[in-house]
Write a protein that binds this ligand. Structure first.
Ligand code: FES
Ligand code: FES
Length: 207
C-alpha cells in the first residue's frame, strides 16, 4: 500500500503530539496547562517607594517598570543588553534592566530617570544634558543620564576601568574615563561629544 506525502505528515504530527502529551489528559486540558504562566509576587523599592508586583516570572525588570508600573521613562531599545537604553540604577550600580528579571529584585532600591529628577526639579545631570545639547531624539537619553550618574559615583568610589592608568590608585574624573565607561550606552543620533561635555561639567562639582 502506498501512502501519500500529505498523509505521512499528518500521521507523523499526530504521533509526535501523542508522545509529547502527559498520559491521561485531554488535548484541551493539556493546552490549558501550557497557557498558565508561573506568577510571583515581588516588592521592589522604586524611586523611594515600595511597589508590589504580581508578575509572570519571565518578566524583565524593564517590562515590570514600563508595563506594570507605567514608568515609561526607561526605554526599550534592543531588549538584548546591547544598547543601554534601559539603564537604571539598582542598589547604587547601573544595570541593563532588560537583562534581569523583576522577581530577582525583592527589596532592591531601583532608581529610574523619573526618580532622578522631574521637569520642576531636575537632577544636575539632566540639567547639564539640556545645557550641552546632549541629545537629539532623546530615546537613549534616560539610559545615558542614569549611566552617567553612576559613572561619576564609580570613579569617586575608586573603581578602575580599562583605561585607568593604575589599578590601585584612584581613577580620575576625565573624558577618557567617561568615554570608556559610557561605551555601553549607544546613541544613534551621535550626541557623544555633547554628552561627555555634560558629564564633565557635573563631575567638576565636588561631591
Ligand atoms: Fe536593554 Fe538595549 S534595551 S540594553
Ligand atoms: Fe537619539 Fe541618542 S539622542 S539616540
Amino acid at each position: 500500500m502506498t501512502i501519500s506525502r500529505r498523509r505521512f505528515l499528518i500521521l507523523g504530527a499526530v504521533t509526535a503530539t501523542a508522545f509529547a502529551m502527559p498520559p491521561f489528559i485531554s488535548l484541551k486540558a493539556y493546552a490549558a496547562t501550557l497557557e498558565q504562566p508561573a506568577m510571583n509576587k515581588v516588592t521592589i523599592n522604586v524611586n523611594g517607594q515600595p511597589r508590589a508586583l504580581d508578575v509572570d516570572t519571565r518578566t524583565t525588570l524593564l517590562d515590570g517598570l514600563r508595563e506594570h508600573l507605567q514608568l515609561t521613562g526607561t526605554k526599550k531599545g534592543c531588549d538584548h543588553g546591547q544598547c543601554g537604553a534601559c539603564t537604571v540604577i539598582v542598589d547604587g550600580r547601573r544595570i541593563n534592566s532588560c537583562l534581569t528579571l523583576a522577581v530577582m529584585h525583592e527589596g532592591s532600591e531601583v532608581t529610574t530617570i523619573e526618580g532622578l529628577g522631574m521637569p520642576d526639579k531636575l537632577h544636575p545631570m539632566q540639567a547639564a544634558f539640556i545645557k550641552h545639547d546632549g541629545y537629539q531624539c532623546g530615546y537613549c537619553t534616560p539610559g545615558q543620564i542614569c549611566s552617567a550618574v553612576a559613572v561619576i559615583k564609580e570613579i569617586r568610589d575608586g573603581i578602575p576601568s580599562h583605561v585607568s592608568e593604575s589599578l590601585t590608585e584612584a581613577p580620575q574624573l576625565i573624558a577618557s574615563e567617561f568615554q570608556e565607561r559610557m561605551s555601553g550606552n549607544i546613541c544613534r543620533c551621535g550626541a557623544y561629544s555633547n554628552i561627555i561635555e555634560a558629564i564633565t561639567e557635573v563631575a567638576e562639582v565636588p561631591a
